[in-house]
Design a protein around this ligand. Structure first.
Ligand code: TRP
Ligand code: SF4
Length: 327
């Protein structure tokens, strides 16, 4: 039953890695079965931090949406679009900006954190402060009732709810208050044992070649207590195993546990098994992605068509908004 509407956006950061695969994408795939979903590339949100480096945005969107489609995010089931192709987001952003107290934005913990983390960059802009207002517009423009978010996005969603409430209070009930669908995202470790992230250079990308993936797995940190081949190891403390156990069969895991603990298997041999399991699991995705990449027009068509469908809904909402505001 498709009675609930989901909206979720991703800033285009280019090719996706296994962290996205287990986190956001696996989740979207499930949601798409049950809900009416709007998934979009949040390119205007990218401008909040990349305003001086916009050259990569277009290509990043293309690479990201290729990954979505190859993964099974399906334009027949979901509306897949690009934020900047639906200008109603900007119109609603402007209206919501009028009713959002600056203090709500300044106390946003994500805002403070990001400014500190990206201290080298001048983020003292109107647009960056307004990030959550644009996000609120993205969501309520479609009258979404659920928004799948990770823990880090919760403060933003809370601001969305406050803005929706304030709009309804001032102008009458137009918007439902969207609820967070907190997604359990397993922490995916990268090659070096830190959280997998493009910026740490420790990621395995969905779109890389099988051989690159094999090489990366072979370079992964294992159980650091296991210095010599004859030392017993512990798979539950092994970075490589923690990533690859998702792809190993039950039989393989049942063999590796005692073999590692009893020092009967070396890490090189063990990681070869892990690498093959991972490469095999990624094969259907990679085959599909290669097919799609050979027809670059497909992504553009999907985004153009999705953006038209999104704009239809957005127009309806904006009519109500203008009516409520007596504009
Ligand atoms: N802020 C989100 C992120 O960084 C991206 C985003 C923009 C979003 N608009 C949204 C997510 C609307 C959900 C709904 O991940
Ligand atoms: Fe990890 Fe395998 Fe080495 Fe054990 S044998 S530490 S599970 S790579």
């Amino acid at each position: 039953m498709k009675n609930k509407r989901i909206v979720s956006g991703m800033r285009p950061t280019g090719k996706l890695h296994l962290g996205h695969f287990h986190g956001v994408l696996a989740n979207w795939l499930e949601l798409q079965k049950e809900y009416e979903c709007f998934f979009f590339a949040a390119d205007w949100h990218s401008l909040t931090t990349e305003y001086d480096n916009t050259g990569m945005i277009r290509e990043s969107i293309h690479d990201m949406v290729l990954d979505w489609l190859a993964f099974g995010i399906d334009p027949e089931k979901s509306v897949i679009f690009r934020q900047s192709l639906v200008p109603q987001h900007a119109e609603l952003n402007l209206v919501l900006g009028m009713i959002t107290p600056v203090s709500w934005l300044e106390r946003n913990p994500t805002y403070k954190e990001m400014r500190e983390n990206l201290a080298a960059k001048d983020l003292s802009t109107f647009g960056f402060l307004g990030y959550p207002v644009l996000m609120a517009a993205d969501i309520i423009l479609y009258k979404a009732t659920r928004v799948p978010v990770g823990q880090d996005q919760l403060p933003h969603l809370e601001i969305t709810r406050e803005i929706a409430r304030r709009f309804n209070y001032l102008y009458g009930e137009v918007f439902p208050e969207p609820e967070a669908l907190l997604t359990e995202t397993p922490k995916v470790l990268g090659l070096d044992g830190r959280k997998m992230s493009k910026s740490y250079g420790n990621a395995i990308f969905l779109s890389e070649s099988d051989d690159e993936t094999r090489k990366k797995v072979m370079s992964m940190v294992t159980d650091t207590n296991r210095v010599r081949r004859s030392d017993p190891g512990e798979p539950d403390r092994c970075v490589a195993f923690s990533l690859n156990r998702h792809y190993l069969s039950e039989e393989q895991k049942a063999e590796i546990y005692p073999a590692c603990r009893g020092a009967q298997i070396g890490c090189v041999e063990c990681k070869k098994i892990q690498a093959e399991a991972l490469v095999q699991a990624l094969t259907p995705f990679r085959v599909k992605r290669t097919e799609l990449a050979a027809r670059p027009e497909v992504v553009e068509e999907v985004l153009a068509d999705g953006s038209r469908r999104a704009a239809e809904q957005a127009d309806k909402t904006m009519d109500e908004v203008r009516e409520a505001l007596k504009l």
